[in-house]
Design a protein around this ligand. Sequence first.
Ligand code: CTP
Ligand code: MG
Length: 236
Amino acid sequence: PRTAAVIPAAGSGVRLGPGAPKALRPLNGTPMLVHAVRAMARARAVALVVVVAPPAEVDAVRSLLDEHPPPPSVDQVVVAGGATRQESVKRGLAVLPEDIEVVLVHDAARPLVPVDTVDAVAAAVRAGAPAVVPALPVTDTVKQIAAPAADGGVEPVVGTPDRSLLRAVQTPQGFDRATLVEAHERPGDGDATDCAGLVERLGVPVVLVPGHEEAFKVTRPLDLVLAEAVLARRRK
Ligand code: CTP
Ligand code: MG
């Protein structure tokens, strides 16, 4: 089955602080998005990469990707994103050619995911799982609260879920195309912060495979420091 990677990259990166949209910020001189596209294009299964760009940056992203072309076996398309990650992914799905049967959705903000993780997710979908998510055990103890407090306020604790039963999920998340499209057509109410969350609402089983430390999401300024250190270590 032909496999496509949809890369939502349309966020502004509020938590990273002021500056260019997050996906266009450099890591060791190369925009994060270029690292993310390379990481997906390197995977054996991936035949098409769909980049969902900030609406004001579509032309800029097209030129950027032309400067850093993928291997000849991989096609590349750039479309404009929406106001939420969910909407951006939906816009990416809308341009998939008919013959694509497997879709990997990968955050531009996870530029350093190793190719083995991408391959493992794609392989599990090809082997018949409708939804596959890379995940790691949680290292911090997690507390549940009733509601977030206003800035600086105390937050009463409601409970402490058993950490051994919690997983932190990453991307690429891999899906049978029809399942993912249906999940986006019938999203249900309230925010889903990942695609698998929408698939769960359909009652379709979602399975986890081992994630990787280097697939962490660049979210806050300290994550940039970590990402550049990982790149420097790889060069050695
Ligand atoms: N994303 C997107 N469209 C949006 C919002 C987010 O394509 N409207 C993408 C981001 O570009 C990122 C991924 O979804 O690759 C994960 O989102 P996140 O890490 O939250 O990025 P931002 O939304 O840009 O960051 P922040 O929430 O700090 O503003
Ligand atoms: Mg966000």
